[in-house]
Design a protein around this ligand. Structure first.
Ligand code: FMN
Length: 208
C-alpha cells in the first residue's frame, strides 16, 4: 500500500458514518465466519497498553446462546428504561426486542479485572481494549455489516459469564450485535462543532 495514495474520501466516510444500526439489519443473512475473523484481525492492530493484547472476542452465533444473552440484555434494558422513563429511543427498544435474532453477537472482553482506585490504571485497562472494539465496528461497517456499541449487558456480567464459560478474571466490556445492513441510511451525525469541544494551549481557550 502506497502511503501517499490513501483514499482519504473513503476512509473519512467510514469514520464519519459508522452509526448505530439496530433495525436496518438483514436478520436472515448469516455472516461468514471468515469475515468476522478478518474484522477481528484488523481490530487487534489497535493500541494496547504495554503490548499486553489482553483483548478477547467472544463471537456468539448459536440461537440458544444468543437467546440467553438477549434475555439478560432485555432485563438490563428494562431496568434502565424504567429508571429513565420515556427518554430511551424506540430504536433502542427495537434492538432489545430482536437481539436474539441478530446474526452474531460479539462480546469484547479484557483479560484481568479493572484495577480500581487509580485513574491511570483504569484508563490503561479499558483503554487497551475499547479502541479495538471501535476498530472492529469500523471494519464491519466497511464490509456492509452494521453494529451498535452496547454496554448494558455488563449489568449481568456474572450470569453472562456462567452461561458462556467466561472465567472470573475476565472482564466483559461492550457487546456488538452484528448483521448485514439492509436499507440502512448512514449519515454524519449531528454533533457539536469540534471547535466548541477543542481547546488550544489552555483549558477553555479557542485556537488563536
Ligand atoms: C458507552 C456507550 C454505551 C452505549 N450503550 C448502549 C446500549 O447499551 N444500547 C444501545 O442500544 N446503544 C448504546 N450505545 C449507543 C448510543 O446510544 C449511540 O452511540 C448514540 O445514540 C449515538 O448514535 P450513533 O452511534 O448512531 O452515532 C452506547 C454508546 C456508548 C458510547
Amino acid at each position: 500500500m502506497n502511503e501517499d495514495s490513501l483514499d482519504l474520501a473513503s476512509i473519512d466516510h467510514v469514520l464519519e458514518t459508522t452509526r448505530s444500526v439496530r433495525r436496518r439489519i438483514d436478520f436472515e443473512r448469516p455472516i461468514e465466519p471468515e469475515v468476522i475473523e478478518r474484522c477481528i484481525e484488523i481490530a487487534t492492530q489497535s493500541p494496547t497498553g504495554i503490548n499486553a493484547e489482553n483483548w478477547r472476542f467472544l463471537v456468539i452465533t448459536s440461537p440458544e446462546k444468543k437467546a440467553v444473552v438477549a434475555d439478560l440484555y432485555r432485563r438490563a434494558y428494562d431496568v434502565l428504561s424504567e429508571a429513565r422513563g420515556a427518554s430511551l429511543k424506540p430504536t433502542q427498544r427495537a434492538l432489545a426486542d430482536r437481539l436474539h435474532e441478530m446474526p452474531a453477537l460479539i462480546l469484547v472482553c479484557a483479560e484481568g479485572r479493572p484495577p480500581g482506585g487509580s485513574a491511570a490504571m483504569n484508563v490503561g485497562f479499558y483503554g487497551s481494549v475499547l479502541p479495538a472494539a471501535w476498530s472492529l465496528m469500523l471494519a464491519l461497517r466497511a464490509r456492509g455489516l452494521g453494529s451498535t456499541w452496547t454496554s448494558l449487558l455488563v449489568l449481568h456480567e456474572q450470569e453472562v459469564a456462567e452461561s458462556l464459560g467466561i472465567p472470573d478474571d475476565v472482564s466483559q466490556t461492550v457487546l456488538l450485535p452484528v448483521g448485514y445492513m439492509k436499507d440502512a441510511v448512514l449519515k454524519r451525525a449531528k454533533r457539536k462543532p469540534s471547535a466548541e469541544v477543542t481547546y488550544w494551549e489552555h483549558w477553555g481557550e479557542p485556537r488563536g
